[in-house]
Design a protein around this ligand. Structure first.
Ligand code: ADP
Length: 297
């Protein structure tokens, strides 16, 4: 397991930023940590990178405890903070060289990370001459210098133009083939474009943890139906492939089916057989977007 978070709570003076958060990230997974601004994403990342300590709970990165074994955690992770701090007066190679010395990384690794992050054509330039997209590449190259197992990226695509966005997403996906990537974002599309899995956080609590594949396959479907009369929930549970029934308002029911087949005709037949009139009948989208909106609104 690359990252293991157990019941983490973080309280800043009088602000509870994380409340009993638990999750695990497996090796070579790209996991998106998705939530609106203020949800607690940066706080979680700072705990995992040992910059701050949790108020309660524990976390391991690459098997090392973030409070007990800080040095081992730091050498296991590459971290790209939200505001990528670069010495903009330095040349790209000079900057990486400087950090390689700090880490005690062999010089040969500098060329490797320059190539890996597509920096070769810009490597001779000063950082302040680079576009935001290339600066992000320098940040990623820097995070990869000591060849860490786990990359922790805080909002890595924020502020990029559409072309830079595509390039950096692709780069992160390439890196994710070999390394575990845990990235935060408040933009749902970023998760769809890059991640295998999404953990949604809202107001300091994990509210969903799903594989994108499962969301895309849509193995679950919700039908919203309004009848002209009250129906017992247990009666609706007789519908084929139904997994749950919720009476949301007056005669309106939210029926969850465990199938991707359109179940509306079954609901229609059911109403007909039981002499009920249907006043509305809709399918609810269970994609990431609607899930995110529903869980964080
Ligand atoms: P996100 O990264 O999802 O935008 P943060 O982790 O930065 O969220 O913040 C979570 C909550 O904790 C917010 O309400 C924020 O105002 C609060 N917070 C973050 N850092 C501090 C701090 N150093 N002192 C007090 N409150 C903080």
């Amino acid at each position: 397991m690359s990252i293991e978070v157990n019941n983490i709570t973080k309280i800043y003076k009088n602000q509870k930023a994380l409340n009993d958060v638990s999750f695990k990230v497996k090796d070579a997974e790209i996991v998106g940590f998705l939530g609106p601004n203020g949800a607690g994403k940066s706080t979680m990342m700072k705990i995992l990178t040992t910059y701050i300590e949790a108020s309660e709970g524990s976390a391991n990165v690459n098997g090392f405890d973030v409070t007990v074994d800080k040095k081992s955690v730091q050498s296991s992770i590459g971290y790209l903070p939200e505001h990528n701090p670069l010495y903009t007066d330095l040349y790209v190679r000079e900057y990486l060289n400087f950090n390689a010395n700090v880490y005690g990384t062999p010089k040969s690794r500098i060329d490797e990370v320059i190539e890996l992050t597509g920096l070769t054509p810009e490597a001779h330039k000063k950082i302040n001459q680079l576009s935001k997209g290339y600066r992000q590449r320098v940040g990623l190259a820097n995070a990869l210098l000591h060849n860490p197992e786990v990359l922790i990226l805080d909002e890595p695509t924020t502020g990029l133009d559409p072309n830079q966005l595509v390039a950096i997403r692709n780069l992160i996906k390439t890196i994710g083939k070999e390394k575990t990537v845990f990235l935060s974002t408040h933009i749902m599309q970023e998760v769809e474009a890059m991640c295998d899995r999404v953990i949604i956080i809202n107001k300091g609590e994990v509210v969903a943890d799903k594989y994108l594949k499962d969301l895309r396959d849509g193995q679950e479907q919700i039908v919203i139906v309004e009848f002209d009369y009250r129906v017992e929930d247990t009666f609706l549970l007789k519908l084929p492939k139904v997994s749950s029934v919720k009476n949301t308002h007056d005669f309106i029911y939210e029926i969850t089916f465990s199938t991707k087949d359109d179940m509306r005709s079954h609901v229609f037949d059911f109403a007909h057989d039981n002499e009920l009139k249907i006043l509305q009948l809709n399918q609810k989208n269970t994609s990431l977007e609607s899930l995110f909106r529903e869980l964080t609104s």
